[in-house]
Design a protein. Structure first.
Length: 142
């Protein structure tokens, strides 16, 4: 069980980054194949689902960043939590701050702001996954 617990942060980071990547591709395919009005609604639903995946992964990563009754954070978390918290904030800002404005067609600039937030979240997830999969991070602790 300790092996799973030691590798769970890696799995969560991979799930977070992979789901962001897959969702980015899916939304692009959606807009390329459907008329824009139905595609926008479907894309919004997909992005809402992605936000919940991001929230779940980030909250679980925060939970696993420090063992119960431990004085210090896990070694992987000491310099990586900024990416977890940043990604979580970007996901929430994108979903609840920008996406409603995009759907209300309040200007093209909101689309680009949302895209920027999504790319920054993708980079946070990638940086976290890269950090967790660095040599020495996947070794089991005794």
């Amino acid at each position: 069980m300790q092996g799973l617990q030691a590798r769970l942060p890696q799995l969560l980071a991979a799930l977070w980054w992979g789901s962001l990547t897959a969702m980015g591709v899916a939304v692009q395919v959606l807009f390329a194949t459907w008329p824009s009005t139905p595609a926008a609604g479907a894309a919004a639903a997909l992005l809402a689902a992605q936000t919940w995946i991001s929230i779940a992964c980030c909250v679980l990563l925060l939970m696993f960043s420090k063992q119960k009754h431990a004085q210090k954070q896990e070694p992987w978390a000491q310099d990586a939590l900024v990416f977890v918290l940043g990604g979580l904030l970007l996901a929430l800002l994108g979903q609840y701050g920008v996406l409603p404005r995009v759907l209300a067609k309040q200007g093209e600039v909101w689309f680009y702001v949302g895209l920027l937030l999504y790319v920054l979240q993708w980079l946070c997830a990638l940086r976290l996954a890269w950090r967790l999969m660095a040599p020495g991070q996947g070794e089991l602790r005794s």
